[in-house]
Design a protein around this ligand. Structure first.
Ligand SMILES: Nc1ncnc2c1ncn2[C@@H]1O[C@H](COP(=O)(O)OP(=O)(O)O)[C@@H](O)[C@H]1O
Ligand SMILES: [Mg+2]
Length: 320
């Protein structure tokens, strides 16, 4: 059983966890466009590949899959998820299963406004969002919206170009400088992260790990504490199965006045996944079982509460 991790970057832990799950019964192969991506040196083998937008990129990856007899492939970066999903059949033809959600769901997850529309249409609580600032200003005038709001790129990530905005002038200024911005109601509450695995055979949610975020830095959760709430598990299960996500996903949720609001989904291993793994939610095992044709039993919430994650920097030094 061989696993290919695309754009593994600095996600050394994910590589280590897959190696541990394979326990020598297969290889973990990584790719990155840079030979300064530390995770590739954790892998059994690595390939330096062109940027994912380069012509012929997907053929390079398919060739690796064929040559290395890759059973399952996944990516750790957002823009590549749709590309993998779109080429699912080509991977299947070389004997490789794409570990991830459908093209349509990957695209919806990339676009916060599309996600907002889906959530409202399906009756889930979420932050009121606007692409059209004039509609927002009209709602403010009508008393239906208020400041502060979050202004952010609808297709952004890693908290880049996100601002908390307190007045109309700043909204106008931001909109005059960039396209594709979205205005979002400020959710004043506890931020929560969920690492979820949806079985690729039974299509049911089989593992959920939830944590309260204590400190965020540069778009990532720096400190967090595990917790459990059956109501939240039920909401996540319903949402995820109704939308049809598959494999590993990461969900941002807010708790405001006792109610849960779904904020966004990354249909991949999130940067905070090591917290879930170290608390016993070994999703690498679940993936390997699925690739072996075995459905996983449900083990939602099988972890301890009150376990804290504290991130710190590690350094790799190497002559290349
Ligand atoms: N509507 C909002 N209310 C409160 N905080 C928000 C809101 N939107 C974004 N944030 C803050 O900014 C962070 C990044 O925003 P998010 O929508 O998750 O985009 P990204 O794709 O960059 O992670 C969130 O984790 C949260 O801390
Ligand atoms: Mg986020």
């Amino acid at each position: 059983m061989n696993i290919l991790i695309l754009s593994s970057g600095t996600r050394n832990k994910v590589v280590q966890y897959f190696k541990a799950a394979l326990a020598g019964q297969g290889k973990v192969i990584c790719t990155d466009m840079s030979n300064l991506a530390p995770s590739i040196y954790e892998a059994d083998k690595f390939y330096i590949v062109p940027r994912m937008t380069a012509p012929g990129y997907i053929d390079v990856i398919l060739d690796i899959c064929k040559k290395e007899q890759v059973d399952g492939v996944l990516s750790l970066i957002d823009p590549e998820l749709s590309l993998l999903a779109e080429n699912r059949d080509k991977f299947k033809a070389v004997g490789t299963q794409v570990i991830g959600s459908s093209y349509q769901l990957c695209e919806m997850s990339l676009d916060k406004f599309q996600m907002f529309r889906w959530l409202t249409e399906h009756g889930y609580r979420c932050a009121q969002s606007y692409m059209d600032k004039e509609i927002f200003f009209a709602d403010v005038a009508a008393g239906k919206a208020k400041y502060p709001v979050f202004v952010k790129p609808a297709r952004g990530s890693a908290s880049i170009a996100i601002s908390k905005v307190y007045d109309r002038e700043t909204v106008e200024l931001l909109f005059s400088h960039s396209d594709g911005l979205m205005i979002q109601e400020f959710l004043d509450g506890q931020e929560i992260g969920a690492d979820v695995y949806i079985d690729m055979i039974s299509r049911e949610v089989v593992s959920i790990f939830t944590k309260k975020k204590i400190l965020m830095r540069a778009g990532e959760t720096d400190k967090a504490v595990s917790f459990r709430d059956e109501n939240l598990f039920a909401l996540i299960k319903q949402f995820v199965e109704e939308a049809g996500f598959l494999g590993q996903i990461d969900i941002d949720i807010f708790q405001v006045n006792g109610e849960y609001y779904i904020s966004e989904v990354n249909p991949r291993f999130g940067g905070g996944y090591p917290h879930a793994y170290e608390c016993g939610c070994n999703h690498m095992e679940l993936i390997l079982n699925n690739l072996r044709g075995k459905a996983n039993p449900c083990r939602i919430g099988m972890y301890e509460e009150g376990i804290c994650m504290m991130k710190y920097n590690e350094v790799m030094v190497k002559k290349i």
